[in-house]
Design a protein around this ligand. Structure first.
Ligand code: MF3
Ligand code: CO
Length: 272
């Protein structure tokens, strides 16, 4: 069942999404080699609670941390750990909050120092693919139009592996609502997009092959070939003509640019 949000509800969801953006921007300020992902997770939990919200991932189906922090070949759902980040690592930081009863859920991949041209390109292309997908999140289109746009840019044009096992989703009073939003598919297929549908669109793109496996911890998803994977996620509301992006990368990108420990990535202008 798809749940369409009223304008008032969308504004509340924007506050939830923007709290995640603000949290990611805070993290962007302090990322550097030597820091542990567990210390980042603690700061995330405190920041969310200081802003009158709940870290929604914690205890979700037994998930044991505030955030998912996925390093290098970890695709998503990485456990924060006492391992220190090193120069050349890439990390996806995925954060969820509940604010005033509404979920925000989005993610950004950072490069700690220079991961090399090949991986930097994977980061930039994955971010572009997210916006190409968002461009299709308009009234009258179908979920498959979003999926096709992402797959076309990443797999067909650049030869990357598009993860099949994990998908984007509807978002609202629950973290996962209908519809599922795959990052692969056919134009004109799938559920029709109507005004007020809020989606978390989240390409998970592998430098190498598309195959992944889940570790014995039941959560950590890794690439089968051990090559790096990139994950970006935005919360968007379907509208007529142009999607409304509820989350915002601009403060994250500004913090990234100021932090000398982070390799600056391309800033993609939505809707170009
Ligand atoms: N962004 C992910 C998702 O949409 C994170 C949720 S996994 C959790 O599914 F268990 F940590 F909550
Ligand atoms: Co999500």
């Amino acid at each position: 069942m798809m749940i369409y949000k009223t304008n008032e509800q969308v504004e509340l969801m924007r506050q939830s999404a923007l709290l995640v953006s603000k949290t990611l921007a805070e993290i962007a300020k302090l990322l550097k080699p030597g820091i542990t992902t567990l210390s980042i997770d603690k700061i995330i939990g405190e920041y969310i609670k200081d802003h009158k919200a709940i870290p929604s991932f914690l205890n979700y189906r037994g998930y044991p941390f505030n955030s998912c922090i996925s390093v290098n070949d970890v695709v998503v759902h990485g456990f924060p750990s006492v391992n220190e980040l090193i120069e050349g690592d890439i990390i996806s930081v995925d954060i969820g909050v509940i604010l005033n009863g509404w979920h925000g859920d989005h993610a950004y991949t950072f490069a700690i120092g220079d991961p090399g041209d090949e991986v930097m390109k994977l980061i930039n292309v994955t971010k572009e693919s997210l916006y190409l997908g968002i461009n299709k999140a308009v009234v009258g289109n179908r979920v498959g139009d979003i999926a096709f746009a992402i797959q076309e840019h990443t797999e067909k044009k650049n030869g990357y592996g598009v993860v099949r096992e994990l998908v984007g989703h509807g978002l609202g009073k629950s973290l996962h609502e209908d519809p599922q939003v795959p990052n692969y598919g056919k134009k004109g297929n799938g559920p029709k997009l109507k005004d007020g549908l809020v989606l978390a669109i989240e390409p998970m793109i592998n430098l190498g092959k598309k195959e992944v496996y889940t570790e014995d911890d039941g959560w950590t998803v890794r690439t089968a070939d051990g090559k790096p994977s990139v994950h970006f996620e935005h919360d968007v509301c379907v509208r007529k003509g142009k999607a409304d992006i509820l989350s915002d990368y601009s403060s994250i990108e500004a913090a990234e640019e100021k932090n000398p420990n982070l390799f600056t990535q391309q800033i993609v202008q939505p809707f170009n």
